[in-house]
Write a protein that binds this ligand. Sequence first.
Ligand SMILES: *[C@@H]1O[C@H](CO)[C@@H](O)[C@H](O)[C@H]1NC(C)=O
Ligand SMILES: *[C@@H]1O[C@H](CO)[C@@H](O)[C@H](O)[C@H]1NC(C)=O
Ligand SMILES: *[C@@H]1O[C@H](CO)[C@@H](O)[C@H](O)[C@H]1NC(C)=O
Ligand SMILES: *[C@@H]1O[C@H](CO)[C@@H](O)[C@H](O)[C@H]1NC(C)=O
Ligand SMILES: *[C@@H]1O[C@H](CO)[C@@H](O)[C@H](O)[C@H]1NC(C)=O
Length: 256
Amino acid sequence: MRGEICVGAASILSLVSMILMIFAHVGQINTSNVPRKISMASVNMTGYGAALDQSFIDPIDDIYTNNASAPLGTRAGLRQIYKFGLYSHCGYVNNTHGICGNHTIGDQFRPYDAITSDMAANYSIITQALIGDTTTFQDSNYLGQATKAAYWMLLLGTICAALALLTGILKNSLTFFVSTIFSVAGSILLLIGASIWTVMVKKCESVSDILIDVPSSPPIGITVSVGSGLYLTWAAFVCLVVSVVPYMISCCTYRG
Ligand SMILES: *[C@@H]1O[C@H](CO)[C@@H](O)[C@H](O)[C@H]1NC(C)=O
Ligand SMILES: *[C@@H]1O[C@H](CO)[C@@H](O)[C@H](O)[C@H]1NC(C)=O
Ligand SMILES: *[C@@H]1O[C@H](CO)[C@@H](O)[C@H](O)[C@H]1NC(C)=O
Ligand SMILES: *[C@@H]1O[C@H](CO)[C@@H](O)[C@H](O)[C@H]1NC(C)=O
Ligand SMILES: *[C@@H]1O[C@H](CO)[C@@H](O)[C@H](O)[C@H]1NC(C)=O
């Protein structure tokens, strides 16, 4: 009887881990209710227009677009919020309306490219001068390659969680051994993937410390933050790593 409880607990934990990862994967696939709220990272550009307006004599009132369906990356105007998922990123003109870019397997986290490719060319030049080339935020190749590698870790980690669940259902000590291996491997992969994403987003957060070099020195008004998808990923990691213990106990003690 205690063996059954152990197996059940392990199966539930790996199932929860897999479901959390599925939610993390659907983030920003489109702008409908659930995917819209799930992202690995978000960039809030709301304060940027006002910061520029304060710093330059020319009025900066046309930097944003209100057209939620204007395509991204075509200099059609800056969006208020950008959110990045594992397969695409989306730009939102307000809390509910926005548009997503093309879907790619392992979409790279390139926030600087996303914002500058939406601005008119003259604002893009100003932005380049303000952000400079020393911040990580601006280093799209570094951020992009790291997050693409992290994507593969997260995908393989999700597959491992699913395989741990499936093999654990066939109750015998050999399959419990295989489940243990999958849950250990999946935990390591999710840990690496989630860590890389977290480090990349944290490194970008310092962009908000930039002060515009004018007498009033206003902050640049760009904030980068960790999205809910990354928290789901960490939760999935915790569930999978905890499932290792009951899988291991079942593997050592099951006498089916
Ligand atoms: C974006 O930043 C502004 C302030 O600059 C804040 O009022 C707003 O709530 C933020 N939006 C989101 C979605 O975080
Ligand atoms: C918004 O952008 C779309 C796509 O470019 C365009 O078809 C539409 O006419 C625009 N709407 C307005 C009100 O400008
Ligand atoms: C999306 O894909 C289309 C067709 O492949 C391409 O023309 C367009 O430039 C892409 N858009 C972005 C933002 O990459
Ligand atoms: C968001 O923007 C869209 C398109 O511009 C508009 O139709 C909608 O009313 C806006 N929603 C809110 C809550 O402001
Ligand atoms: C930037 O260019 C846009 C259109 O290309 C123009 O409307 C705007 O006035 C320009 N802004 C500045 C500050 O030069």
